[in-house]
Design a protein around this ligand. Structure first.
Ligand SMILES: [Zn+2]
Ligand SMILES: [Zn+2]
Ligand SMILES: [Zn+2]
Length: 274
């Protein structure tokens, strides 16, 4: 199972438009891994995670192969994760030959997508409603087993995190969530051990409160509990992702901070095989 991070920032991207803070200025000057676009990832060649306004840019930059992409899981409907206006490009008139793309979104994102895309059997695009706690299968031959669980994020956006298993490997994509709810822990425990966990690190070292997003302090607590519950072990890959300039640290500084713990700081283009 391969995961490639296409975009690794929170809403504003890094650098943020207009902003002249230290992190944004450093990103403009240094470029490379300090530049972050809005959150999106792809598993293997066919399963997209989220559909931000930077999807067009990711497709151009990383050469996404639209003969292979077949499914897209939406975490919630904040605009940095779901930009439904661009989903319209999947239908006739905006695109011609491609594999039909199947979106999966919980209530709010489902509603938003339905407003923009005339989904039908012939439209080149389909949609399914995601219900937290209810497992479904995605991809060719149902190769992905997906368990959506409730995220600790703004309720009106119907936020979920995804536990995704394929070919004997399992990963957790936990972005735009604060410290997990009890029912989410229950779902995770039923899943078992993870080969990779991708954790929300919007706040970098510290942020106020346990809700909506996490910081390194929250992540360490969550990881400790995951280890106690045998959801992770020393072989589990831990990736920190979804960064904001408001967290106050650059890519390079975050790497130094977590070097000894062996965590990986995501950047646009990072590829990991588990
Ligand atoms: Zn976000
Ligand atoms: Zn800034
Ligand atoms: Zn969000």
């Amino acid at each position: 199972m391969k995961i490639k991070y296409l975009g690794t920032a929170a809403f504003e991207g890094v650098p943020s438009l207009f902003c002249t803070c230290r992190v944004c200025q450093k990103a403009r000057k240094t470029g490379g891994h300090e530049l972050r676009s809005r959150s999106q990832a792809i598993i293997n060649e066919d399963l997209l995670l989220d559909f931000p306004p930077d999807t067009v840019w990711h497709s151009q930059r990383f050469g996404l192969d639209w003969t292979k992409i077949s499914d897209c899981l939406i975490t919630h409907d904040h605009s940095d994760h779901l930009y439904p206006e661009d989903a319209l490009m999947a239908v006739e008139g905006y695109s011609h030959h491609h594999r039909p793309i199947h979106f999966y979104a919980a209530q709010s994102g489902y509603k938003r997508l339905m407003e923009f895309v005339p989904f039908s059997e012939t439209a080149g695009a389909a949609i399914s409603l995601v219900v937290p706690g209810r497992r479904f299968h995605a991809g060719e031959g149902d190769r992905y087993s997906v368990l959506p669980l409730r995220a600790n994020h703004e309720e009106s956006t119907s936020p979920v995190i995804y536990s995704i298993a394929c070919e004997g490997k399992r990963m957790l994509y936990a972005h735009d969530t604060g410290v997990f709810y009890e029912d989410t822990w229950k779902g995770l425990k039923e899943e078992g051990r993870y080969d990779l966990v991708s954790m929300d690190c919007t706040g970098c070292l510290e942020k106020s409160g346990p809700d909506y997003h996490m910081c390194l302090r929250d992540i360490r607590r969550v990881l400790e509990k995951m280890r106690e519950e045998k959801l992770t072990d020393e072989k589990t890959t831990v990736v920190l992702n979804h960064f904001s300039h408001n967290g106050g640290l650059t890519y390079e500084e975050m790497c130094r901070e977590v070097e000894e713990e062996g965590m990986i700081v995501a950047y646009d283009g990072l590829e990991i095989v588990i």
